[in-house]
Write a protein that binds this ligand. Structure first.
Ligand code: MF3
Ligand code: CO
Ligand code: CO
Length: 326
């Protein structure tokens, strides 16, 4: 952790971190926060695209979703309410997603590249007889999404080694028994500053509060109300451009789950519904920006973002989290 050298940099001068950006567009706000709290400033430099390795092959015996060859998913008008047989298959897919997540996350440490994490996720998914759902979904080139620091979501695994002090989200989705199971979590890499640790913990709590808001008779908007209230309480912002979604035979059904309070989200919860809750929460602005790779979503101000995701089932009495191990 850097404790010295809090030299003044002009707003329009190049940032001290070497990014080449103006200071006001790079570390200025984070430095001000750290100074106010008497903490050392963060040394992490903005994320830039690394080298993406060739697409990993999937053995022919693995059953594939419709988009695996073409990159284009077919119709998504599948029912969100599932019968017992479909729910049993959802349970298996979701449990596997949670297991692959745990196995992949165990390798997180400074120095490992996100491409190496993708290889582990890919191998573990295939070893279990499943297809890694991100692979070629709308052309996504990898089997895992890895979103580091100011990357909000859909980061493409590449040659960048994780650094001490980073936070990284792993988003694992598997296709097993004809169903998709989707989960993600943010991890700290080595020694992480207090503000980032707080961001990660508040986001985990926000996801749990969103899940706890689900019960039959309630409405989709109850989820966003709970999540947004918790983020506001901690002076953090909820991403608005990306939502949770219905899931099952297809990766994303038409059902949308906003993580902010949207009074129009009046769809009622019905036992048997399966969908994801996956809040993305930012230190600074809620606004996002898309890289020209067409995938990587970053915060509008370069400050950090965290995310947690579970696939859940509405039950007769409340909710069951499906993306759990054991
Ligand atoms: N897993 C992501 C979600 O939670 C979707 C990733 S799409 C991909 O909805 F193509 F980037 F993999
Ligand atoms: Co999802
Ligand atoms: Co996901």
């Amino acid at each position: 952790m850097e404790t010295t050298g809090r030299t003044k940099v002009g707003a329009n001068e190049p940032c001290w971190c070497g990014s080449g950006k103006k200071y006001k567009r790079c570390h200025r706000d984070q430095d001000a926060d750290a100074a106010r709290e008497g903490l050392p400033r963060r040394r992490s430099t903005p994320i830039v695209a690394g080298t993406v390795s060739p697409m990993r092959p999937v053995p022919p015996h693995i059953p594939r979703p419709d988009y695996a060859e073409t990159g284009r998913p077919g119709p998504n008008n599948f029912p969100d309410v599932k019968d017992a047989e479909r729910i049993a298959r959802m349970r298996r897919a979701c449990r596997l997603a949670a297991e692959v997540m745990a196995k992949t996350a165990a390798f997180i440490r400074p120095g490992i590249t996100t491409d190496e994490l993708d290889a582990i996720c890919h191998e573990e998914t295939i070893r279990a007889g499943a297809y890694p759902s991100p692979l070629n979904y709308r052309g996504f080139p990898k089997s895992l999404c890895t979103s580091v620091n100011e990357v909000i979501c859909h980061g493409i695994p590449d040659s960048r080694p994780l650094e001490d002090g980073d936070i990284v989200d792993l988003d694992v989705t598997v296709y097993l028994d004809g169903m998709h199971g989707d989960t993600n979590a943010t991890y700290c890499v080595g020694e992480v500053d207090a503000a980032s640790r707080r961001l990660v913990e508040v986001t985990r709590q926000a996801c749990d509060l969103g899940i706890a808001a689900v019960k039959p008779g309630g409405m989709v908007r109850d989820i966003g109300r709970a999540i947004e209230a918790h983020a506001k309480l901690h002076n953090l912002a909820v991403v608005r451009s990306y939502c949770g979604h219905g899931i099952g035979e297809v990766f994303h059904t038409r059902m949308q789950i906003p993580h902010y309070f949207d009074p129009r989200a009046t769809v009622q919860f019905v036992p048997g519904m399966t969908f994801t809750i996956e809040p993305m929460i930012n230190e600074g602005t809620w606004k996002d920006r898309l890289w020209n790779d067409g995938w990587t979503v970053v915060t509008g101000d370069g400050r950090r973002s965290a995310q947690f995701e579970h696939t859940v089932l509405v039950t007769e009495t409340g909710v069951e989290v499906l993306t759990v191990t054991g």
